[in-house]
Design a binder for this molecule. Sequence first.
Ligand SMILES: C[S@@+](CC[C@H](N)C(=O)[O-])C[C@H]1O[C@@H](n2cnc3c(N)ncnc32)[C@H](O)[C@@H]1O
Length: 243
Amino acid sequence: MSGARSSEYSQVSTGSAAADAAPERPRAAPDPQPAPALGALEDTARRIFGDRLELAQRYTEHLASSGIVRGLIGPREAPRLWERHVLNCAVVQELIAPDARVVDVGSGAGLPGLCLAIARPDLAITLVEPLERRVTWLEEVVADLGLDNVTVLRARAEQAKGQVGQVDVVTARAVSALTGLVDITLPLLKGRGELLALKGRSADEEMKKASKKFKRFGVRDSEVITVGAELLEEPTTVVRLVL
Ligand SMILES: C[S@@+](CC[C@H](N)C(=O)[O-])C[C@H]1O[C@@H](n2cnc3c(N)ncnc32)[C@H](O)[C@@H]1O
C-alpha cells in the first residue's frame, strides 16, 4: 500500500482497561519505542511470570518495537505495555486449570494468548487470528521466544471449530461486545468448557444483554470476576461463562 500504510492498531472495547488504545491512522509507520522498564512493577511481574519473566520482557520488547512499527499496537501504548496489557492479561492465568487446552480468539498482538503461554508453559494455546499481517508477526514472536506450547491459526473464530480439537477454555479481549462474542466463541467449546472474556467497566451490562442467548448455548453458570486485585493497581475484569 502506498504512503498511508493501512494500520491495524489493537482496538479495544469501550470501557476496557485499555480503552485509550483507540485506533489511529498515521501516514507513515510509527517509530519503534523502547520497551518500558519494569521499575516498581518488577516484583509484581516476577510474582506473575516467575522464572519466565525474561521471556515476558522479550515479548514486551517485540510489542514496543516491531509490534508498533507494523501496526499491531498503538505507539501511545508503549509506556504502559506492562500494566495495561501484559500483566493485566497474564493475571487471568489464575482462572485456568493445569494443562488446559486454550484457544485465544482474535489474538491480535498476542493479548492475552501470548501472556498466558509465557506465564503457563503447561497450557496448550492456539492463537486464532484472521489477519495475515498479525499472524505473521505472531509466528515470528512465537519462534523467537521458543514457545513450543503455542500454535498460530489463521482463521476467523467462526471457521476454527473443525481445526482446534477439544478446547477447555476460550479467551478473548477486545474482539466484540459479549452478545456477539458468544456467537463466535461458544461453539468452539463443543458443549463443554469455559469462555473467559476480558472486559472493562461494561462487563455487567454486556452480561445482561448477552444472557438471552445463554440457554441456547447451554451456559450453566455465568459471573463477572475481578482478578489480580492483590497485584495490580487496576485489576482485570473477566466475564466467565461455563458450559
Ligand atoms: C481490537 S483487536 C484486539 C486484539 C487483542 N486481543 C488485544 O486485546 O489487543 C481485535 C482482533 O480480533 C480479530 N478478530 C476480529 N473478528 C474476528 C473473528 N471473527 N474471529 C477471530 N478474530 C477476529 C481482529 O483481526 C483483531 O486482531
